[in-house]
Design a protein around this ligand. Structure first.
Ligand SMILES: NC(=O)c1ccc[n+]([C@@H]2O[C@H](COP(=O)([O-])OP(=O)(O)OC[C@H]3O[C@@H](n4cnc5c(N)ncnc54)[C@H](OP(=O)(O)O)[C@@H]3O)[C@@H](O)[C@H]2O)c1
Length: 160
């Protein structure tokens, strides 16, 4: 049961820093295969090399900006193409901002909504179907970002 093919796979967004990085190390320590998503490709490649050295797991990296429309779909398609079954989805990537709403640039607000709400919701929608089919619903879907949409989704998942 301990070879790479039978291992579970966790997809972690925002895997290169902070909470996402710490979760990545924990999942690797538990021998999960990993799909790591963030914008910084060089950092992702460094992590892939390091994790491959330390753990006998498959590490796939996807450099993607989740504030750009359709990023979630492109990630989903890439995992389908590589025949990766995602068992655990960690929607960790997210951004916040401070200051008066009135002074904020619309572009910045759109990017925040895209990453914290739209991409998070789309990734959940794309991967959840397979999880439900395989009866792997919650606690396999972890939404980290601080917004009402992610809490609604988590509440829904917890109640099912
Ligand atoms: N830290 C806290 O106290 C706290 C409290 C409550 C909630 N949270 C939530 O927890 C999550 C993680 O927080 P953190 O403090 O660990 O964050 P962090 O240290 O700033 O790390 C953010 C991660 O997300 C990636 N990321 C940022 N923008 C991205 C984008 N547009 N597309 C794809 N990836 C992107 C970053 O990598 P790249 O730069 O390479 O893209 C990085 O890996 C966030 O959703 C945050 O809102 C944090």
């Amino acid at each position: 049961m301990n070879n790479n093919k039978t291992r579970k796979t966790a997809l972690i967004t925002g895997a290169t820093k902070g909470i996402g990085y710490e979760l990545t190390k924990l999942f690797a320590g538990d021998s999960y295969n990993l799909v790591l998503v963030a914008r910084n490709k060089v950092r992702l490649e460094e992590m892939q090399e390091d994790l491959n050295k330390k753990h006998n797991i498959n590490v796939t990296i996807i450099a993607k900006d989740l504030s750009v429309p359709n990023a979630a779909l492109e990630i989903f398609r890439e995992t389908i193409k590589k025949q990766i079954v995602v068992d655990v989805l960690v929607n960790n990537a997210g951004i916040g901002d401070f200051g008066l709403f009135n002074n904020k640039k619309l572009l910045k607000l759109s990017q925040i909504m895209q990453i914290n709400i739209v991409s998070l919701t789309e990734l959940t929608k794309f991967y959840l179907k397979g999880m439900v089919y395989r009866k792997e619903i919650f606690s396999k879907n972890l939404n980290m970002t601080e917004n009402a949409a992610s809490k609604e989704i988590s509440n829904y998942l917890n109640s099912n």
